[in-house]
Design a protein around this ligand. Structure first.
Ligand code: HEM
Length: 441
């Protein structure tokens, strides 16, 4: 595979302006072209809407099991490659095919589906208020570090019925994984915390997603439970956090979006849809592995076992460019995937994002971005702001205390309990102190 220099998904130029790169690649190469994910790791990327849809709906030719990846099988990818975390096979539904996938997916879909519709919004509003309470008096905040990254994890911890102790361990270990702090130890702690959550639900079942998964007729073993929970938290928290951050960023920096919302021509839900078209949180992922050679345009062939990334962002960009206003009038974007593997929690992701943005607008008057140029993380797979510094009129307004809504033993405290502990601005220490404050340590 010869890679066009523009298709280096790790280059700062790509992340500074992915849309120009996508346009160039589509003009030069059509809907499928070679890409380099990180130096030395090659793949194809499919950027045509109709082709993505067709290939995702053809699980016989295109599998998800990355043990089919020829470069991996033949030892050309080191175990510690930066792509291993996202591409090495794990026994969860994202990498499963056929009947195995159907069984695992049914358990996840049914268990998430038992959460009452209004609960996601209520839980999100409560945690959003608690997080905002922590910085509302300051008049400034980094919304990525202090809000968007934490909120989806807190909501999921609540819906999965985690005790305060387990929720804190999950939050702290995932934050360390994101910050790259002692990653191996953090990963072990993350898995130990989820294992403890499973044991706790064996002992004391509740009305929560963990209990419903445990009791599902698919009969998942504890090990299967653990793997599905690891992926559900990972696949759920990160894109939801990125969607919230991108939506707030659009609201604060795109005058059309801001004035449309102020003039009530569009609501937050439409704004979220627009962002899902323009900046899908997952840009080039998951990965398909053809079981046979697949001929494509210009006489080229994708060989069996060569990875194919799903280029949602590029596919959207071509459609948005071609049809005016497509983003606000339909939800046929690919941001949640398509076919048997499509996201089982689209409603959750959108509801959490909408309530998260509404809560900021409601609580923080004169919200402004304090840096005009956004800082994007260099990730081949995701569109993620690394920071979102804002200012607003400082206020004393408090959200609704969390103890008014639910069992105090399983929910974070509110700002009346104790103040944030540390003034350090170093990200992981600030994160830890915020977590400690939220969970009352
Ligand atoms: C804005 C938020 C979200 C976005 C953009 C998103 C997007 C996606 C995408 C693109 C996929 C892969 C589809 C494919 O393989 O073809 C996926 C799968 C998945 N998502 Fe989401 N997701 C979001 C939120 C969530 C949440 C909140 C949860 C959990 C509560 C979740 C759980 C999962 C799981 C378990 C899978 C694997 C499904 C499978 O392989 O069959 N996602 N999601």
């Amino acid at each position: 595979m010869t890679t066009c220099p523009h298709a280096r998904l790790f280059s700062p130029e790509y992340h500074a302006d992915p849309h120009t790169t996508h346009r160039h690649l589509a003009d030069e190469h059509g809907g499928v072209h070679p890409a380099e994910i990180v130096p030395g790791v090659h793949a194809w990327i499919v950027t045509d809407y109709a082709t993505i849809t067709a290939w995702c709906r053809d699980p016989y030719t295109f599998r998800r099991d990355s043990r089919l990846w020829s470069d991996w099988k033949e030892g050309r990818i080191p175990d510690d490659s930066p792509v291993a975390a996202m591409m090495a096979h794990r026994p969860n539904l994202l990498y499963a095919d056929g009947e195995e996938h159907t069984r695992l997916k049914r358990a996840v879909v049914d268990s998430l589906g038992r959460v009452p519709e209004s609960r996601v919004g209520d839980v999100t509003r409560r945690h959003a208020d608690a997080l905002i309470d922590a910085f509302v008096e300051r008049g400034d905040a980094d919304l990525v570090a202090e809000y968007t990254r934490l909120l989806p994890l807190m909501v999921l911890s609540d819906l999965f019925g985690f005790s305060r102790d387990i929720a804190e361990r999950v939050l702290t270990s995932i934050s360390e994984l994101w910050d790259g702090v002692d990653v191996l130890r953090a990963n072990q702690e993350y898995e130990r915390a989820l294992s403890d959550a499973i044991s706790a639900k064996h002992a004391t079942p509740g009305e929560d997603v963990t209990t419903w998964l445990l009791h599902h007729r698919a009969g998942l073993s504890d090990e299967e439970m653990l793997h599905q929970m690891v992926v559900t938290f990972g696949a759920g928290a990160e894109p939801t956090a990125n969607l919230i951050a991108s939506t707030v960023h659009t609201l604060l920096t795109d005058p059309d979006a801001g004035s449309a919302l102020n003039g009530t021509r569009v609501g937050v839900a439409e704004l979220v849809d627009q962002v899902l078209w323009r900046e899908p949180p997952i840009t080039n992922y998951p990965v398909l592995y053809p079981t046979t050679d697949v001929p494509i345009e210009h006489g080229r062939v994708i060989k069996a076992g060569e990875p194919v990334l799903l280029g949602y962002a590029a596919a959207h960009h071509a459609m948005v460019g071609a049809a005016e206003d497509i983003e606000q009038h339909n939800r046929a974007h690919l941001s949640f995937g398509v076919g048997p593997h499509r996201c089982p929690a689209r409603g959750f992701g959108q509801a959490i994002a909408e309530v998260a943005v509404q809560s900021l607008i409601r609580r923080l008057p004169r919200l402004r971005a304090s840096e005009p140029t956004p800082q994007w993380r260099v990730s081949p797979f995701a569109r993620a702001l690394s920071t979102l510094p804002v200012t607003f009129t400082p206020g004393l307004s408090k959200g609704t205390p969390s103890w008014q809504h639910s069992d105090p033993s399983s929910s974070p405290r509110t700002s009346t309990d104790s103040p944030p502990a540390s003034a350090s601005t170093e990200p992981s220490s600030r994160w830890r102190s915020l977590v400690a404050w939220l969970f009352g340590r």
